[in-house]
Design a protein around this ligand. Structure first.
Ligand SMILES: CCC1=C(C)/C(=C/C2=NC(=C\c3[nH]c(/C=C4\NC(=O)[C@H](C)[C@H]4CC)c(C)c3CCC(=O)O)/C(CCC(=O)O)=C2C)NC1=O
Length: 168
């Protein structure tokens, strides 16, 4: 698993270069947002269950066919699995803020996920929409707490991009 610093050092080391201006600027901006990243993670950790619940309600009221017979989240087992997945997306997004890198998402969340969803007939389009809903709820809460939000979108956008690449 990589973070902002190990990714950068690996990149420079592989070509035997000293850190240059570009590298220093990147490190500076990571350190400058460091406290805010940790504060945002702590804020969301404290209300993760409520965030997931709200995101689920919004998703199912926007896309009611999901919870009707034949829908991707129909039956309490599938409904619960969907909310659990939303909780995974949220928790790993907080790790990614702290790491300043999306590698943790590739490694722990996205690897093999499309194949799993396809084999279980879980709808990918609505999942992508659900991740977008999580992003908006989280961003509003972080902004409301007076914490900088510049880094909030990155992990959600990464998951949306990677998961939504094909057949939405
Ligand atoms: C930490 C990394 C990680 C992820 C991401 C993960 C996802 C994940 N979601 C699953 C199932 C599922 N995921 C969903 C999700 C949804 N259904 C919908 O209609 C919505 C669109 C969506 C919620 C937004 C559903 C319904 C299932 C159950 C499918 C089934 O077994 O029938 C499964 C199959 C095994 C299981 O049910 O536990 C995995 C592996 N597991 C992991 O360990």
């Amino acid at each position: 698993m990589q973070d902002a610093i190990t990714t950068l050092i690996k990149n420079y080391d592989s070509t035997g270069r000293y850190l240059d201006g570009v590298a220093i600027d990147r490190l500076k901006s990571y350190f400058e947002t460091g406290t805010a990243r940790v504060q945002a993670a702590a804020l969301i950790n404290g209300q993760a269950a409520a965030v997931v619940k709200e995101a689920g309600s919004t998703l199912f009221s926007d896309q009611p066919e999901l919870i009707r017979p034949g829908g991707s989240a129909y039956t309490t087992r599938r409904y619960a699995a969907c909310l659990r997945d939303m909780d995974y997306y949220l928790r790993y997004a907080t790790y990614s803020w702290v790491a300043g890198d999306t590698d943790v998402l590739d490694e722990r969340v996205l690897a093999g996920l499309r194949e799993t969803y396809n084999s279980l007939n879980v709808a990918i389009g609505p999942t992508v929409i659900g991740i977008g809903i999580l992003k908006e709820i989280v961003k509003a809460k972080v902004a409301e707490a007076g914490i900088e939000t510049s880094f909030i979108d990155e992990p959600f956008d990464h998951m949306i991009r990677e998961l939504g690449e094909k057949d939405i």
